[in-house]
Design a protein around this ligand. Structure first.
Ligand code: PHB
Length: 405
């Protein structure tokens, strides 16, 4: 955590497009680096952001113009279902987040929130504890464990009703987006990737509906597009974004693939052509499935199709360090004027990642066992390139977050 024994050598990228300005919505960022949304579970057990998160995000925004996309954040109590993840549906949560976005802004960096609904990937016991139903497009359990648990606690997975979907479109997502604006976020991103609720609608393995939200590509994409259309006048298209993972099989049996995503991107491009271009499309590269690498021979496809359809900005994420120190893929993908590169795992372990990439300072390897713990060890205990503080593991493990309000 504080010693640099496990290092990944890199070369300086300061002279590359990574460090040239790019316009994202209304802001011109001086460089093209984003912190990809990364679940870290340092919120409170009842979904508030904490004082541990404040220095964590401030440090990751310390180089001006970094796009700090905060972790997936529950849009509503019904979208929750795992403890220690923050939400953004009430004023107290928004007040906590405001301190975080203020800190990022003080560094002259930019913040984006990722609105999250777990759907079938929630813990049915946690939802039950919160008095919430366990809903998904269709009652298709993620696995046997989820099914057994749901039955045991008496909160079985069921298809969301049309009224519930209309409520999500007309009230739940608009409320989350409004709270995000009150909280001072520069951008609002919808999480429609990695097998979570909105992605469960896109995927044929999880969406067996026979109404207008299931079946054809148009129907499976309907919920996401309806939410986007509802949010455009509330947030402003130029502050709105969406995350998609066409090739990930994370929490899914089959990847979604090109067809449904090509349709979504065509629809979004239509809106762009009519004057409502989203700030960015966040696209997960086929090299990863959530936070796991996918071996080259298991990679399912390519995102090249997306570039042909969507003419706006992309934030691309997915193991861009795999070919360090050459960074050929990163440089290839930057070879246009509409791509930002996002890092997740190496941003967790290098608060000064931007400096390191610019100057070719070796990266501290990330520490997966501390990704989802709830204390400060492995969270705010990474040295900067010029630091050598020794952190006491026992002390830091006792440091748990307090509500930021
Ligand atoms: C996770 O918590 O495992 C997680 C969250 C959001 C993602 C992927 C994985 O997009």
């Amino acid at each position: 955590m504080s010693n640099n024994s496990d290092l990944v050598q890199i070369r300086p990228l300061g002279h590359t497009k990574l460090f040239q300005p790019i316009k994202v919505g209304t802001h011109t960022l001086p460089q093209r680096i984003a912190f990809a949304p990364s679940t870290r579970q340092r919120g409170t057990s009842d979904y508030y952001p904490t004082d541990l998160q404040l220095p964590y995000y401030k440090a990751r925004g310390q180089y001006p113009g970094t796009l700090v996309i905060t972790e997936a954040t529950y849009v509503s109590p019904g979208g929750a279902g795992r403890a220690n993840v923050p939400g953004i549906w009430n004023d107290k949560q928004a007040a906590g987040w405001k301190k975080i976005t203020d800190a990022i802004r003080e560094e002259k960096s930019y913040s984006s929130v990722q609105l999250w609904h777990l759907g079938r990937t929630a813990d049915p016991a946690q939802l039950k504890h919160d008095g919430q139903p366990f809903i998904a497009p269709s009652p298709v359990y993620m696995d046997k464990d989820s099914e057994e648990q749901a039955k045991k606690v008496g909160n079985e997975l069921r298809a969301a009703t049309k009224e519930e979907l209309e409520d999500l479109i007309n009230n739940v997502y608009p409320n989350g987006a409004r709270k995000a604006l009150e909280a001072g976020f520069d951008y609002v991103e919808l999480h429609s990737a990695h097998g979570y609720f909105l992605d469960q609608f896109l995927n044929q393995g999880t969406n067996h509906r026979t109404d207008e939200y299931g079946g054809s590509v148009e129907n499976r994409a309907r919920l996401l597009l309806a939410i986007i259309d509802k949010l455009i006048p509330i947030v402003g298209a130029n502050r709105l974004a969406v995350r998609l993972s066409p090739w990930a099989t994370f929490q899914l049996k089959e990847f979604d693939g090109e067809e449904v995503h090509a349709y979504i991107l065509k629809e979004l491009q239509k809106r762009a052509d009519a004057g409502n271009e989203l700030a960015y499309i966040s696209l997960v590269e086929p090299r990863v499935s959530a936070s796991y690498d996918v071996a080259a021979h298991d990679q399912k496809g390519s995102n090249a199709f997306a570039e042909k359809i969507w003419k706006g900005k992309f934030v691309k994420a997915g193991n861009y360090t795999y070919d360090a120190p050459k960074f050929e893929t990163l440089l290839h993908d930057l070879d246009n004027d509409r791509t930002l590169i996002a890092f997740s795992r190496f941003f967790t372990s290098n608060p000064d990642l931007v400096y390191r990439l610019k100057n070719g300072v070796a990266l501290q390897h990330y520490d997966r066992p501390t990704f989802y713990t709830h204390d400060n060890y492995g969270y705010n205990t990474w040295n900067q390139h010029d630091g050598n503080k020794q952190f006491d593991k026992e002390v830091e493990q006792k440091r748990v977050g307090k509500v930021l309000a």
